[in-house]
Write a protein that binds this ligand. Structure first.
Ligand code: GTP
Ligand code: SAM
Ligand code: SF4
Ligand code: SF4
Length: 330
């Protein structure tokens, strides 16, 4: 039987779901969290069974790609069981975005549990700068984590770097060299204004993807690639390396017209767009009586009508979305 498809009012097919499995994290990155954060109490957090139920029903509605994110997905205790469960749904792409700190012990287990791909955040190769950006992170642990992911046999590893003027923009060529050496893709991301983050903690000004690309072009020829991962990045290749360099440019090259994704927060809120507040409460359905898959699916189908056309982030960092990125599922 052909699977149902989720489509929105603008004719976009939604086949990619980002599941935030926790709001907690062992880092406090300056662009993502405030220094002092309070986290959700346990009863407001979806259980493993509830997350799996949501995932299964999305798959029944045509979802082909699921990414687990957070917060830091690897600080959730039952993460391996969840990976194993969702890994059995036959997805075309099953990935995780992680800060990498737990990968030295988790990479192999994740691979065995059925995860396909890993995106690992890495904003600096300088221990002090790394610590300043993540506030609590340990660079060596993350570098070991990247090696552990490669040793575990993950293919298609991607590094994510949020570029911040005055904080890590000077390191861009070095980060590209690192990615080339490790044979992993790297994506540079324009910082987005989410959550009440102080001026002091943001980059000094927006560093656009074109600026980053020009900097890299001083060292390497970049050739635009035709393929797309179904995510927001535009990719480039280099003649003398197999890796790809990606750019996620919510400010300078809006990609909302091809948006194919929604998010579910760990409170069970189905967020129709990263940069808007339109959402539907799935927790209420999951904890209502009686709970049926039909009801859950119909709620998801109906929610698609709420998906906005695009975000309205302002490049000067003015914050309109008060929700922090760790709550959003990055
Ligand atoms: N504005 C916007 N940013 C997004 C969206 N999806 C992902 N991003 C941002 O892109 C960055 C990297 O996201 P990842 O978690 O690595 O996911 P991805 O780029 O979709 O992953 P791939 O599947 O490898 O293409 C994060 O900073 C996200 O917040 C989106 O729908 N809208
Ligand atoms: C919120 S994190 C969650 C997963 C994991 N903890 C990690 O850091 O990879 C997902 C992605 O969002 C990115 N991110 C967080 N805050 C951001 C912001 N304000 N602008 C752009 N990207 C951001 C992070 O760099 C990371 O690559
Ligand atoms: S970006 Fe990821 S690692 Fe950094 S604070 Fe946010 S959730 Fe944690
Ligand atoms: S900002 Fe919203 S509409 Fe644009 S790509 Fe992201 S989720 Fe889609």
């Amino acid at each position: 039987m052909p699977q149902a498809k989720l489509t929105d009012r603008f004719g976009r097919t939604v086949n990619y779901v980002r599941l935030s499995v926790t709001d907690r994290c062992d880092f406090r990155c300056v662009y993502c969290m405030a220094e002092d954060m309070t986290f959700l109490p346990r009863q407001q957090v979806l259980t493993l069974e509830e997350i799996a139920r949501v995932a299964r029903n999305f798959v029944g509605l045509g979802t082909e790609k699921i990414r687990l994110t957070g917060g830091e997905p690897l600080v959730r205790k039952d993460i391996l069981e969840l990976v194993q469960e969702i890994g059995s749904y036959g997805l075309r792409d099953f990935a995780m975005t992680t800060n990498g700190s737990q990968l030295p012990v988790m990479a192999e287990k994740l691979r065995h549990a059925g995860l396909h791909r890993l995106n690992i955040s890495l904003d600096s190769l300088d221990r002090d700068k790394f610590r300043n950006i993540t506030r609590t992170g340990n660079l060596d642990q993350v570098l070991d984590g990247i090696d552990a992911a490669r040793d575990a046999g993950f293919r298609g590893i991607k590094l994510n770097t949020v570029v911040m003027k005055g904080r890590n923009d000077e390191e861009i060529p070095e980060l590209v060299e690192f990615a080339r050496k490790k044979q992993v893709d790297i994506t540079f991301i324009e910082e987005m204004p989410l959550g009440e983050i102080s001026e002091h903690d943001r980059g000094l000004a927006l560093c656009t993807s074109d600026e980053v690309r020009e900097l890299i072009s001083e060292h390497h020829e970049l050739i635009e690639a035709t393929e797309n991962s179904g995510g927001p990045a535009r990719y480039y290749r280099m003649p003398d390396s197999s890796i790809r360099v990606g750019f996620i440019s919510p400010h300078s090259h809006n990609f909302c017209s091809t948006c194919n994704r929604v998010r579910v927060t760990v409170e069970g809120r189905l967020l129709l767009c990263l940069g808007n507040e339109h959402s539907v409460d799935l927790m209420r359905v999951l904890r209502g009586h009686p709970v049926t898959d039909d009801k859950l699916r119909q709620t998801i189908i109906d929610a698609m009508d709420l998906k906005p056309e695009r975000h309205h982030f302002s490049a000067n960092g003015d914050v309109e979305i008060l929700r922090f990125m760790n709550m959003t599922g990055g």
